[in-house]
Design a protein around this ligand. Sequence first.
Ligand SMILES: C[S@@+](CC[C@H](N)C(=O)[O-])C[C@H]1O[C@@H](n2cnc3c(N)ncnc32)[C@H](O)[C@@H]1O
Length: 304
Amino acid sequence: MSVAAGPTRGALVAELAEVVGAPHEARFIVDEVLGLGLVLGLPNVPTGPLDDDTVAAARHLAERRAAGEPLQYVFGHWPFRGLDLVVDRRVLIPRPETEQVAEVALAEARRLGRGAAGAGVVAVDAGTGTGALALALATELGRPVVREVWAVDASPDALEVAAANVAAVRERLGDALPRIELVLGSWLQALPPALRGDVDLVVSNPPYVAAEEWPGLAPEVRAEPRRALVAGPGSDGTPGLGDVEAVLHQAMDWLGRSGTAVIELAPHQAPPAAELAGRLGFGDVRVEPDLAGRPRALVARVAR
Ligand SMILES: C[S@@+](CC[C@H](N)C(=O)[O-])C[C@H]1O[C@@H](n2cnc3c(N)ncnc32)[C@H](O)[C@@H]1O
């Protein structure tokens, strides 16, 4: 039986701050174990001694964090826009930049939805990982704006995580959710051939870190799957642009007459990617900034 004779929440946070080396992370850990999540100012924050099980669980998480595991993997879940996503070593940890890319994709989907004469948008998330972008589209727009979302990944491990996230959301939202299909394979080539020319929106956060950068990345980042982060050079030699280029090329084949590709990239990749989109025949090309003002989302509209 667990006994409430341990340190208080404040004392445990102070103890674990020494272990993990960051007071805010220690507080996240204690509050995670207490079920308070990442939200500040909640009522029912315990003021008295904590029970042994809570203290032991928090110390265990702090040890994992101190050993270099990213906090998101230690918790096993992490927020992305309004979603609470399962996150573990099999997948990239969704980033704030990608929340902003989702914002751009949602705006494009709304615009396309208006033109789709009520049929609903067919969207593809190329390289879905946790399913973050696919689920943002499916939950924030829902039916009838979005008809179906195809979430592709080349990693069977990542698709297992995406499937768990889709199942959790479906249990919560049921029929309000559009059809979501998970597909194993490489980019858009993995889609059923019947979809070719019928896709309205391709959203993607492909790997875009150059192989040369990998050794210099923080150990927490290198705890993530390498194939989720690292891409080869573009055809013009731009470091890390290879997968952005592959998605853009394939998007041109799969998008319909008025479709859009929204692709996350590194700021230095924006000029060559925009130039490539123009060469491929996209009619209206721009790059949207992230919240820090850096070029982050290539938006390439088809105008056939
Ligand atoms: C940067 S992560 C993005 C994950 C998720 N969309 C997000 O934004 O958090 C890139 C994803 O692309 C996947 N990927 C890598 N190469 C791929 C390919 N050839 N075809 C499909 N997916 C691929 C990786 O497995 C990984 O899940």
